[in-house]
Design a binder for this molecule. Structure first.
Ligand code: GDP
Ligand code: MG
Length: 597
């Protein structure tokens, strides 16, 4: 296809504002998929995404559209991931297209995620077409949303297109706007090949499938190509496009978006943002801006049942095949046995992986406290990147510790602002900005990532009844008074419950954890002290009283079946418990004890 007849675009939206539904309508309106094959949320392939209503991996579709000017156009839609954890992936897919539809739910207005993604689009020099969705609903207020878009985002909303992705109203106008208002891509067909790697995933039959945007030159089936970040050379088996199923084409020219397969075994070897060129007479300079994405949140995953360790290894290996940004290494814990220390891009990423292991592989897990990466500066001048509190060196050898900070943007209706400020303050936040857009406030906070990784989203949602939206980006490291706090159960340290904490908060966190554990650990035949300690110093303590009687003692030997039932119940309960010395700790204690409220 010649460049003048190509338009590449993405859709920017906050979760639930209608991105997937709009994509469905565009696909349907252009008969890209036969009526028979059309199903809801065509682009959201993964189950877990459907259930949670979030798009995790970028998806793409090529649409053919005959415009009102009578010409045939190829429209390539890249559906970007909609979550903060995947900001880098979003930024790359934005570089692969020239324009964005900014979808705003006209009953809701602009949200934090809309902002983050639209700024990425602006950074990528996109032409942006505002689309106000859900006009079929009585609460739709287009004037208010237009005002917000202009006030908060600062882009012209006069050409916004009112649509209902549900009824199909306005969809033609959207297609026309894509053709008439978005620029055609540029590129030189005869230059050396430069294709940007936008995404990749593992397919059991085809190996790794690589989504690319050709910038210059031509990507041909049968060619030998080089991935510039690692120098790996592969023979291209297939080249094709998504409609949205895979369809082979002989080649992809400049401005085109499609896939290649090359018998690549691991997604690890195909990093988002990499430049692909030909082995011979290739480009000498890669495209700018490549950086391999790094995990920022770490936690231990252990099977509740130690016999399932091999199954867990298997599950993790399989998931890692398809996820270059998920890292893992074996870990042994005195308390939890064999497991893995895993790294994630963020909390959602962690949850998704943990969920998949439990659901798809049927393995019950104990998850240890999520930790960020601390920079531990030693007295001898060296620096350790600490991502497991269990590995904290002897504090007398430590000079100072730095922790990662984030810039958080929160949009919230006025009436909840006070609660949000308090929450951020409680989490050691420093307020950077507070502005108003209509009846909503936008606050910007500088926060320690550590205070956000555990339950910040949950807390934010609950104090604002779900009305706040939140986004963040990493800003850098800063020194603070941080210490490792241990929890001792029956005098034995439970390393899975060790956390790094600010010294000023250690007492209150320690007390809260001990109180929680006291409720969560069942009583035993003996008294159990539960303590929080820094170094050798106990800073909080609770005592779990001894159980007076055996659970079956009441059964007077006579009622055998009742006795057996009770014992069975105990046994089933035990499966979900971990033994620490002589003490059984239930699985949920590991998570609940860490929650702050
Ligand atoms: P996404 O998270 O941005 O992909 O949003 P979805 O496309 O999944 O839509 C979120 C919800 O809004 C779904 O329940 C849709 O059925 C609904 N929805 C999307 N567009 C419209 C619309 O134009 N009108 C109405 N009434 N509902 C819509
Ligand atoms: Mg969606």
């Amino acid at each position: 296809t010649d460049l003048a007849h190509i338009r590449n675009f993405s859709i920017v939206a906050h979760i639930d504002h209608g991105k997937s539904t709009l994509a469905d309508r565009l696909i349907q309106e252009t008969n890209t998929v036969s009526e028979r094959d059309m199903k809801e949320q065509l682009l959201d392939a993964m189950d877990i995404e459907r259930e949670r209503g979030i798009t995790i991996k970028a998806n793409t579709v090529r649409i053919e559209y005959t415009a009102r000017d009578g010409e045939d156009y190829v429209l390539n839609l890249i559906d970007t991931p909609g979550h903060v954890d995947f900001a880098y992936e979003v930024s790359r897919s934005m570089r692969a297209v020239e324009g964005s539809l900014l979808v705003v739910d006209s009953t809701q207005g602009v949200e934090a995620q809309t902002l983050a993604n639209v700024y990425q689009a602006i950074d990528a020099d996109h032409e942006i077409v505002p689309v106000f969705n859900k006009i079929d609903l009585p609460a739709s207020d287009i004037d208010r949303v237009a005002e917000q878009v202009e006030d908060v985002i600062g882009i012209d909303a006069s050409g916004a297109i009112p649509v209902s992705a549900k009824t199909g109203e306005g969809i033609r106008e959207v297609l026309e706007a894509i053709v008439t208002r978005l620029p055609a891509p540029k590129g030189a067909p005869d230059a050396p090949l430069k294709a940007m790697l936008v995404d990749s995933w593992y397919d059991a039959y085809l190996g790794v499938i690589v989504l690319v945007r050709v910038i210059d030159g031509t990507l041909k089936k049968g060619a030998r190509v080089r991935f510039m970040s690692n120098g790996a050379v592969h023979g291209v088996d297939r080249v094709g496009v998504f409609r949205p199923t895979m369809q082979d084409v002989g080649e992809l020219g400049p401005g085109e978006i499609g896939f290649l397969t090359a018998s690549i075994k691991q997604v690890r070897d195909t990093r988002v943002g990499d430049t692909i060129t030909t082995e011979k007479h290739g480009a000498t300079e890669p495209l700018p801006g490549f950086k391999p994405s790094q995990p920022v949140v770490f936690c231990g995953l252990f099977p509740v049942d130690n016999a399932e360790f091999e199954d867990l290894r298997d599950a993790i290996d399989k998931l890692a095949l398809n996820d270059a940004s998920f890292s893992h290494e074996m870990e042994t814990s005195a308390a939890l046995g064999f497991g893995f220390r895993c790294g994630f891009l963020g909390l959602l990423h962690l949850e998704v992986i943990r969920d998949r292991i439990e659901r798809e592989y049927g393995i019950d897990l104990v998850t240890t406290a999520p930790s960020v990466i601390y920079h531990v500066h030693m007295r001898d001048g060296s620096m350790i990147e600490l991502h497991n509190p269990a590995d904290m060196p002897d504090p007398t050898l430590v000079d100072h510790i730095e922790e990662p900070r984030i810039k958080a943007t929160i949009l919230v209706p006025d009436e909840y602002l006070g609660d949000v400020l308090k929450l951020c303050q409680d989490r050691r936040g420093i307020q950077e900005d507070l502005t108003y857009a209509g009846s909503r406030a936008m606050v910007v906070y500088d926060l320690p990532l550590n205070e956000v990784v555990f339950d910040f989203y949950d807390r934010l949602k609950s104090v604002t009844k779900g009305y706040a939206s939140f986004d963040y980006q990493m800003t850098g490291y800063r020194q603070d008074n941080l210490v490792k706090m241990q929890i001792l159960v029956n005098e034995e340290p439970v390393d899975a419950l060790s956390i790094m904490v600010h010294r000023d908060r250690a007492e209150s966190r320690g007390r809260a954890m001990c109180e929680k554990l006291k409720d969560l650990i069942p009583r035993h035949m003996f008294k159990i002290p539960i303590q929080a300690a820094i170094g050798g110093k106990v800073i909080a303590r609770e005592t779990l009283a001894a159980l007076r009687k055996d659970v079956t003692a009441k059964c007077y030997g006579g009622d055998v079946s009742r006795k057996k039932k009770l014992l069975d119940k105990q046994k089933a309960g035990k499966k979900k418990m971990r033994q620490f010395g002589k003490v059984d700790i239930p699985q949920e204690a590991f998570i609940s004890a860490l929650k702050m409220d």
